[in-house]
Design a protein around this ligand. Sequence first.
Ligand code: NAD
Length: 446
Amino acid sequence: MRVCVIGTGYVGLVTGACLAHIGHDVVGVDNNAAKVAQMQAGISPIVEPGLETIMTGAMQAQRLAFTTDIAAGVRHGEVIFIAVGTPALPSGESDTRAVEAVARAIGTHLDGNYKVIVNKSTVPIGSGDWVRMLVSENAAPDVDFDVVSNPEFLREGSAVFDTFNPDRIVLGGSGRRAVALMKKLYEPITQRQVAAEAALPPVPVVVTDLASAEMIKYAANAFLATKISFINEVANICDRVGADVQQVALGMGLDSRIGGKFLQAGLGWGGSCFPKDVAALVHTACDYGYEAKLLAAAVAVNRSQRYLAIEKLRQSLGILKGKTIGLLGLTFKPDTDDLRDAPALDLAAECRRLGARVKAYDPTVRPERPPAGLEAGVAVCPESLAVGCDALVLVTEWAEFRTLDYAGLARSMARALIVDGRNFLDPQILAAAGFTYVGIGKPGAK
Ligand code: NAD
């Protein structure tokens, strides 16, 4: 099928490349000309395992191309995905200006052929009807199209795997023809032709009305974020009563009604989705006269959790003014280069506010391109990060942090203290390397 994906970021580029990989003819459209030039040269603008390989493979097979020309993209696609960003406004409301601009442009460029316009961006409930209105307002009277909501559930860091191995595909919309086309589009995936395990049953396709599909995305993210805030609250109680949250999470998670995923206590959730999606749902609830108390509490727990490392540093170091703190990891999770709403950045800002010097190392952040606030503070390797530090804080659980030469790092530090903000390291190994180890919700591991 001929597919157009508008917005080739973490979601759009992965979706486009994966659809091209399974045989569709895909054009990716982006208004960032530099990004388009990079992709045209076969270079992925984002760090995502496996993406560049399938992207260049599909380009060589002439099933994937990139352009800034939205008119050409719209003409090309029988199915047109909207996958532009919907960041949070300061009010918590979702900023849908990019979706609006794209929907209007699609309307302008629609021809007489039937098209399915697919909302893959996470958009406030009701956006499907709104997009239909915007397209119609800008289109000729005889255009023939349907709008489908197809929310995305991929995780950065395993986005290609997740696209080929989804737990479910959600399709919201009333147009039978559109839903049938979408099912056909995803058939190689739903029939497990590209799955890691071919013996699995077909991927469930959940067909709903537009609003329910939009709500599924928000509800799923809000639930996962709340689950993390829940275990973080339990961890904070564990810290006070002498229980170990990792043992508690294991014992809880083996209950099949609970499940062990998203029960890792740490410095809280971040990234480009959970914070903005929970905020948007709280905002929508408020708009419609409901106070989302549980979600507001999940947000509040998360906000304080981000600064828990400061509390732990204070307990060990006392005054932070004049101390040097080294952050291991900056991205909001491993295997991505995404720094949007990363807890490490808030932590760095708070350390600086308290008068500490902050340095950081992250495998995807180059010293010459530091994030704001860490100018001249990004180290080239963990070894140079550690030199002279009064403490290290592990913020992102990059696999490589498990096997560092911690004894060597300890020797180069002013004080060998480590706050393991993700309970990722083995306290005994760290102690043997000479570190004072502080975990989250693990009071016995000090
Ligand atoms: P992103 O910022 O990485 O990508 C958005 C892309 O759209 C950018 O490349 C930008 O240049 C482009 N763009 C913006 N306006 C445009 C326009 N008018 N015309 C053409 N291109 C335009 O965002 P993302 O992380 O891929 O997220 C996209 C959507 O998917 C969001 O709504 C997000 O909530 C949702 N989502 C994201 C994830 C994730 O893990 N990142 C997961 C599920 C859902």
